[in-house]
Design a protein around this ligand. Structure first.
Ligand code: AHR
Length: 620
């Protein structure tokens, strides 16, 4: 491997090279990074008609003790469904309620993680025909293990209209499979609505699940693309993500059924929260909005203007002054400063569709007029041919086999340098090579990323995919696997971690001279560690083959003796089998392992293991 580390070969890599693609898919948001523990908190998931399905809420007690149904009596205009609970038993007498009371419980998203010593804030709206005495408790999945409880006691006049109650529950025990119970032993009719339970301790206090978001933050993402993906489009437009329905007080949000990934979301993680999450991660938001096109229906270009206005309003919400119509709503939600929205994507994967070009042009000219600095991303691939419409960037998605993706490391080598830049917002190995997050997939992705790094003059960004919920693996594989209490990175996650210093680094020319056909790719960058201000030459090598490679590395163009042995490291991601993957039982089976280098100089030999990704940091 010949590396030319001279000034003449140095090229700056865009400061925004690598980011995250976050989609509301596999419960990555609802039941994932959004720390709300209650699933279907407003009882709306069954649809607006009543009686309605209240799943996953369930009833404690049988029909001789209580009758549970839904009606449309909520105080919230945009989500009218409320739960009506008629308690037939009473505190004492012949028809007394069971000792633990009767009521309803919510198991959250496949069990709530309740941890001893932590406090959970529960909010609920209540109305009743008389006085109430309701126990709000966190229990184990059988209702027997009591973890925390508080009582809501109110006279009939206090709850004759809808009333908000808020209690803090401090857990006395730990159980990752807990539930929230609302129970009573008193006869009467009680209505419940908008029941929430959320840990007090969330990432930056903004309602995000700490451990999951920390893993996202560790990727040092420069971009955060949200909220999809197909989630933006919907199977049908009526089920697409529409930002105005997802802002304001959470109790008033209608929620919606994401019909592509087939689950309901209360939209607690709404447009504002996505922008907040981008900011908390230190990344630039990329808002993908619906362009009047879903998987199955399309708005004609002649009537797309309301959609265009919706996008303009969304931009104003994100970055308009607190005195503007939509900016004032953002300010009222606690963020008077504008969010740093500089990029939007006009639709997702809609390029081939009948109305795309027409609709796109309407969005493009309206946004360019109102916000000349906003960069717009087209859905059409401009890497192999010129776009037939104006764009600042074009979206590039690739899901394929390991060998294909690895060979696509050269894909952008011959792309014209004059047109818009590529925005590689989705890439992954899929199919049988992917397993459930295999080493093989990760290595092929590493090869592809090396290609992006080398073409960073024309590639603006490459994006790792979202986290994935263990119980909802509709889309496979993803970067982080989690359940209520555990999580681990797939090898793909760890590969992207080894690229997290590339954004803003300096790229050097490097050439591999091989006397075998081993599939090998390499790159060289220099980067500065902001903590100790040391500069490193990072050499990354992917070996997709099954042979060990004794790689001779020659670094040219550095001052002699500028490489220091102490502090130079080698980090290797490999495993015995190419289909090895991590799991809850073995979360660290395939993770990078770092060691100090035994020799480091301008000329050295490095042993590259079969099926491995090696990152060498030479301290300069
Ligand atoms: O990442 C999953 C899906 O793959 C995205 O929603 C879509 O953009 C792509 O087809």
């Amino acid at each position: 491997l010949l590396i030319d580390a001279s000034q003449a070969s140095a090229r700056p890599i865009s400061d925004t090279l690598f980011g995250i693609f976050f989609e509301e898919i596999n419960h990555a948001g609802a039941g994932g990074v959004w720390a709300e523990l209650v699933s279907n908190r407003g009882f709306e998931a069954g649809g607006p008609n009543t009686p309605s399905n209240i799943d996953p809420w369930a009833i404690i007690g049988n029909e001789s003790f209580l009758i549970v149904s839904t009606d449309r009596s909520s105080c919230f205009d945009r989500n009218k469904v409320a739960l009506r609970m008629e308690v037939l038993c009473d505190t004492q007498g012949a028809n007394s309620c069971p000792a633990g009371g009767v009521g309803i419980y919510n198991p959250g998203f496949w069990g709530m993680n309740i941890e001893k010593g932590k406090t959970y804030n529960a909010v609920l709206y209540v109305r009743s025909s008389g006085s109430i005495n309701v126990s709000v408790s966190l229990t184990g999945s059988d209702g027997l293990q009591k973890l925390a409880a508080a009582n809501i006691i109110a006279s009939g006049s206090e709850v004759s209209n809808w009333t908000k109650f808020e209690v803090q529950l401090e857990a006395q025990g730990t159980n990752p499979n807990s539930r929230l119970q609302l129970t009573t032993t008193s006869k009467g009719v009680i209505w419940f609505d908008q029941v929430s339970a959320i840990p007090l301790d969330t990432y930056k206090g903004h309602g995000f699940r700490k451990d999951l978001v920390q893993m996202l933050a560790d990727l040092k993402p420069r971009f955060f693309r949200f909220p999809g993906g197909c989630f933006v489009e919907g199977e049908w437009l009526r089920n697409a993500f529409r930002w105005k329905e997802t802002i304001g007080p959470w109790e008033e949000r209608p929620g919606h059924f994401g019909d592509v990934w087939k689950y309901w979301t209360d939209d607690g993680l709404g447009y504002f929260e996505f922008l907040q999450l981008s900011e908390d991660l230190g990344s630039l938001p990329i808002w993908v909005f619906n362009n009047g096109i879903s998987h199955n229906d399309q708005v004609d270009t002649s009537s797309v203007l309301p959609f265009v206005q919706e996008a303009l309003d969304g931009i104003e919400f994100a970055r308009g002054s607190p005195n503007s119509t939509w900016g004032s709503l953002r300010a009222a939600m606690g963020h008077p400063e504008p969010f740093d929205l500089r990029y939007v994507a006009i639709g997702n994967e809609d390029c081939g569709k009948k109305n795309y070009r027409g609709n796109y042009l309407k969005f493009f000219s309206a946004i360019r007029n109102a916000y000349p600095d906003i960069k717009m991303i087209s859905n059409c691939d401009g890497s192999s041919r010129q776009l037939d419409h104006p764009a600042d960037m074009y979206d590039f998605h690739i899901y394929t086999s390991a060998s294909n993706l690895f060979s696509m490391a050269n894909h952008f080598d011959h792309t014209s340098r004059n047109g818009p830049k590529a925005f590689v917002s989705e890439y992954a190995v899929t199919g049988k090579d992917a397993g459930r997050g295999s080493l093989l997939a990760a290595l092929a992705e590493a090869g592809f990323l090396i290609g992006l790094e080398k073409n960073s003059d024309i590639v603006e960004s490459g994006h790792l995919r979202p986290p994935l919920r263990q119980h909802d693996r509709r889309w496979n594989p993803d970067a982080i696997v989690f359940d209520s209490s555990q999580l681990y990175g797939t090898p793909s996650y760890w590969v992207q971690c080894l690229f997290n210093e590339s954004s803003g680094a300096t790229l050097y020319n490097s050439t591999l001279q091989m006397n075998s056909s081993t599939p090998l790719l390499a790159s060289a960058i220099s980067w500065q560690n902001s903590e100790n201000e040391n500069t490193y030459l990072r050499i990354k090598v992917v070996n997709l083959g099954t042979d060990t490679v004794n790689l001779k590395v020659f670094v040219d163009g550095l001052d002699p003796n500028s490489i220091s042995l102490s502090g130079s490291t080698k980090t290797v991601l490999t495993s015995n089998n190419q289909m090895d993957e991590n799991s809850f039982n073995e979360p660290t089976k395939v993770i990078p392992k770092q060691s100090l280098l035994e020799s480091a100089s301008e000329e050295m030999e490095v042993v590259i293991s079969p099926r491995s990704f090696t990152s060498i940091d030479l301290l300069m």
